[in-house]
Ligand binder design. Structure first.
Ligand code: ADP
Length: 369
């Protein structure tokens, strides 16, 4: 079982693991990989949900054809996910097929807001995996989404072109900054297997995969062929793992699912857990480490340590809010975990945007643990 921390989102309370499938560019096969890997996880008997978070170009309604696409709400106002191929699935494309065209004009912060709202307003119920098909890219949208949702691990999909290597490293680094481990890199359209000679032709050259193994010792990398059947089956709404489960290409997706599952379980077992921040009225705030050790932080000092743009200049690093500006009796009115790496605090002085990464709190208030 997972040692997952409680989440602030009730809709995700029964979700054991959240896996992001990400890519730096569109069109590399991220959605195809996400849907087939999710299907492979579900064929292993795991309970799987799949969220299409690619709001600019929702592809799940093309890749999967649920029998019933009418959406219903629970009494709590959560959207019931659709059932397809034994999975619970959701996409903007089903919420409002016309509105998706409007998504392209949403600005970055709105996109991450809309996506995380969707993730947290679907009645996922009990799931072993929620696989999220991320919007392509490694910019603010993806970073914010990674910060907002309690994601456990990422899979990065790329193609073999030389430039992609830089992109993959960027992706790994983005997830790293919010303590989300990249558990696998999938090089899609890696080779073309000739029907008659059975030789693998590496049309785009040797790619990112080799370099990742050599330079980073990255263990779990996978190659998927350029296979016209993949694209045909996707267009037909019956992905490879569903249509031809015994095919050698389907077996690669099973392999990805198995390795990802093994790696996430290993990480969860090794992971001692994350710290937590709390406050009891009239006392100090407490940063509690997973081993039970507690560091006390006076509420005033925590408030003064806020690094949001209103308190510290983003450009010069200059402290904007001075000690004398802060109510000496200020105290937290709400503390919530943010992803796996930070806590957000609302304050009695109405200040709302304090986000404290646990590493920052440790460095500032517990420099020699
Ligand atoms: P992304 O999610 O990165 O935008 P998609 O998964 O939607 O990419 O794939 C883009 C197109 O490429 C689709 O038409 C899909 O069917 C096709 N495709 C993806 N992977 C392969 C592959 N390995 N071989 C052939 N076609 C592929």
């Amino acid at each position: 079982m997972s040692n997952k921390e409680p989440t602030q989102f009730p809709a995700l309370a029964g979700v054991q693991r959240i896996l992001a499938v990400s890519s730096c560019k569109g069109g590399v096969g991220k959605s195809t990989t996400a849907v087939n890997t999710a299907l492979a996880l579900s064929r292993y008997g795991l309970r799987v949900g799949l969220l299409d978070a690619d709001i600019y170009g929702p592809s799940l309604p093309t890749l999967l054809r649920p029998q019933e696409t009418t959406l219903f709400q629970t009494e709590e106002g959560l959207i019931l996910p659709l059932d397809c191929q034994g999975m619970k699935v959701m996409s903007f494309g089903w919420i409002d097929p016309d509105q998706q065209r409007g998504a392209a004009i949403l600005r970055g912060p709105m996109v991450s807001q809309v996506v995380s709202q969707l993730a947290t307003r679907v009645a996922w119920g009990e799931l072993d995996y929620l696989v999220i098909d991320f919007p392509p890219g490694t910019g603010d949208i993806q970073l914010t989404l990674t910060q907002q949702l309690p994601i456990d691990a990422a899979v990065i999909v790329t193609t073999p072109q030389d430039l992609s290597f830089v992109d993959v490293v960027k992706g790994i680094q983005m997830f790293d900054t919010v303590k989300v481990p990249t558990v696998a890199v999938v090089e899609n359209m890696s080779y073309f297997e000739c029907g008659s000679c059975k030789e693998k032709h590496r049309i785009f050259g040797e790619g990112a995969r080799e370099k990742l193994i050599q330079q980073f010792g990255f263990e779990h990398t996978f190659e998927l062929p350029l296979d016209p059947r993949l694209s045909k089956m996707s267009d037909d709404g019956l992905p490879m793992v569903a249509k031809l489960p015994e095919d050698p290409v389907s077996r690669i997706y099973y392999d990805i699912a198995e390795k990802v599952h093994g790696e996430i379980n290993r990480l969860q077992q090794e992971n001692p857990g994350i710290p937590s921040l709390s406050y009891n009225v009239g006392q100090n705030c407490e940063l509690t480490y997973p081993d039970g050790r507690i560091v006390e932080i006076p509420p005033f000092e925590l408030r003064y340590a806020c690094k949001c743009a209103a308190c510290v200049s983003e450009y010069t690093g200059e402290q904007i809010v001075k000690r004398e500006d802060i109510d000496p009796d200020v105290y937290p009115t709400e503390i919530l975990p943010v992803g796996q790496y930070a806590a957000s605090v609302k304050w009695s002085d109405e200040h709302r945007s304090s986000i404290y990464p646990y590493d920052y709190l440790q460095e500032k208030f517990d420099p020699q643990p």
